[in-house]
Design a binder for this molecule. Sequence first.
Ligand code: ZN
Length: 296
Amino acid sequence: MTNSVGTDGFEPGFAWPAGIRAAACFTFDVDAESAILATDPASAGRRSVISHQAYGPRTGVPRLLRVLDRTGIKGTFFVPGYTAARWPGVIRSIRDAGHEIAHHGYLHESVAGLSPEAEEQVLLRGLAALDAVVGVRPSGWRAPMWEASWSSAGLLKRHGFRYDSSLMDADCPYLLEAGDLAALVELPIHWSLDDWEPYVYLPDLSGSGVIASPVEVIDRWAVELDQMVVEGGLFVLTNHPFVSGRPSRAAGLEALIRRATAIDGLWIATCDEVARWVETLPLKPIADERPILPPD
Ligand SMILES: [Zn+2]
């Protein structure tokens, strides 16, 4: 049995707005304690580990908001419902600074192993938390752990979402078929543009203990940015306030943003702004299906 859907390659190029040759989204996943508690609930008893995560809302978010303010750009903040409930004032400060707030699960659950019903319950719980704390109905979702399920696109569309930002098979935005519903916009990501991998070390939880220098990390991201501009693609950078809110890393990020703002024809936008543009284009949705394993 062959799987004949989703096998078409993308055509090169992408129709950005007039005068624009590429786009960049600076995104922030405000995981705080949720990612660690989802990985190991016993972490709740580890005072120092929890403080490592609390650095995000307590110190990182205020610093990063200052960076965004100084550089004059708007970011997209993916907020787990648990983070919103635990740090309501901080999440409101993000909203009040005019940045986009998007959905990132409730307790940062990986939904890849969940039933569609269980995944829907998590989605609803996250929506309720964002509504209660900031009064926001998000238009976008990013899978916690970057682990979407085969049900995610249809579920998001059914609940009125405009875009997903969890998949890794393209350089440009595209439309993702969402069951019987209209297509969902996909804003692709990649591990090379995530701050977690080079920077995070938490004993017994994450990382190898090798912590990269911001000089090296920012240089790496700058190479990615420059080449994405050449290719006319979408550069989606993912930072976590508990990771990149630290002084040297935030300074490096600020330098990268300034580099981006100086690039002629690069559109720096929120994810929602890019998704709204993509919705205007006559793109053919990608019909992806779960691979079927060959018989023994
Ligand atoms: Zn996350």
